[in-house]
Design a protein around this ligand. Structure first.
Ligand SMILES: Nc1ncnc2c1ncn2[C@@H]1O[C@H](COP(=O)(O)OP(=O)(O)OP(=O)(O)O)[C@@H](O)[C@H]1O
Ligand SMILES: O=C(O)CCCC[C@@H]1SC[C@@H]2NC(=O)N[C@@H]21
Length: 252
């Protein structure tokens, strides 16, 4: 189904079922010219993909499961974390219109308090030193009342507020916010984006427990470097930098 631009601000493909909206959009982009910020949204995914090969749980028609594509050829591969940053900020801002206590958990999650409300899977294609295509797959728990998988700490907007939400209204608002952040990025406002991102971080203040290859430790977040590296400072005031997957947050 294709909704008209008056109703939806970007091209929208709504499908009832697919294995993964990331796969669907990837395959579409390999076959035909696709407009930037085209959205593929599905009611149900038969094998929704998460980070680290995890699966993504969602009851049919209850949540937002979508992917969008950009072709940021101006962006160097070493700055690809900016894509995660603008999408995280867009989603955080939209969710904040419905509830408080939303933060961005580095590198690719959105949290409500200590629980995960949204996960992102961003898959980039490179061309030389730059990014030719970026597919951002986003799962946001909206109307699901109970979770059945082994997901450690899922939470939905419904569980937080007790209300039911219009999925397409939220999707539309998120796409408008992504569009506006993407234009901001194109204009070179990278420092402002990084600064807003840092201010929005989960566990930005205070000492917290983390775990790396050497075991558990207490540390505080210092910053996120432009390449996406998380800089922590431990109790002995030693600074350590981590790329994705090299460190885990220990949840309460
Ligand atoms: N709808 C969902 N909402 C929240 N969590 C989910 C959902 N579906 C699956 N999960 C679970 O989320 C887990 C992955 O979450 P998370 O990304 O927090 O893991 P992680 O290993 O801590 O990685 P990272 O913190 O780097 O993102 C998987 O175990 C997966 O089962
Ligand atoms: O936190 C994670 O592990 C990332 C989850 C990403 C899930 C979304 S749902 C829409 C898109 N299609 C997928 O297969 N995955 C992403």
């Amino acid at each position: 189904m294709m909704l008209s631009p008056e109703i939806f601000p970007v091209p929208l493909i709504h499908i009832s079922e697919t294995n993964s909206t990331n796969n669907y959009l990837q395959s579409l982009c390999s076959k035909q010219k696709v407009e930037e910020l085209t959205v593929v949204v599905a009611d149900f995914q038969t094998s929704g993909r998460g980070q680290r090969g995890n699966s993504w749980e969602s009851d049919s028609g209850k949540n937002l499961l979508f992917s969008t594509v950009i072709f940021p050829e101006f962006l160097e591969a070493r700055r690809q974390f900016l894509i995660s940053q603008i999408i995280s900020l867009a989603i955080k801002e939209e969710l904040e219109t419905y509830t408080t206590d939303i933060s961005i958990k580095w590198p690719n999650d959105i949290y409500w308090k200590e629980k995960k409300i949204c996960g992102m899977l961003i898959e980039n294609d490179l061309m030389g030193r730059n990014i030719s295509q970026s597919i951002a797959g986003i799962g946001i728990n909206i109307n699901q009342e109970t979770f059945h998988s082994s997901a450690p700490n899922p939470v939905s907007l419904r569980q937080i507020t007790g209300k039911e939400f219009d999925l397409f209204e939220i999707l539309k608002n998120i796409m408008l916010r992504i569009q506006s952040y993407y234009n901001f990025l194109k204009k070179g406002n990278t420092e402002s984006i990084a600064c807003q991102y840092e201010m929005s971080l989960f566990r930005k203040k205070g000492m917290h427990r983390f775990k790396d290859a050497n075991g558990e430790f207490l540390a505080r977040i210092i910053c996120v470097e432009p390449e996406g590296r998380l800089i922590l400072e431990d109790e002995m005031l030693n600074k350590k930098g981590y790329m994705f997957k090299e460190v885990e947050y220990l949840l309460k």
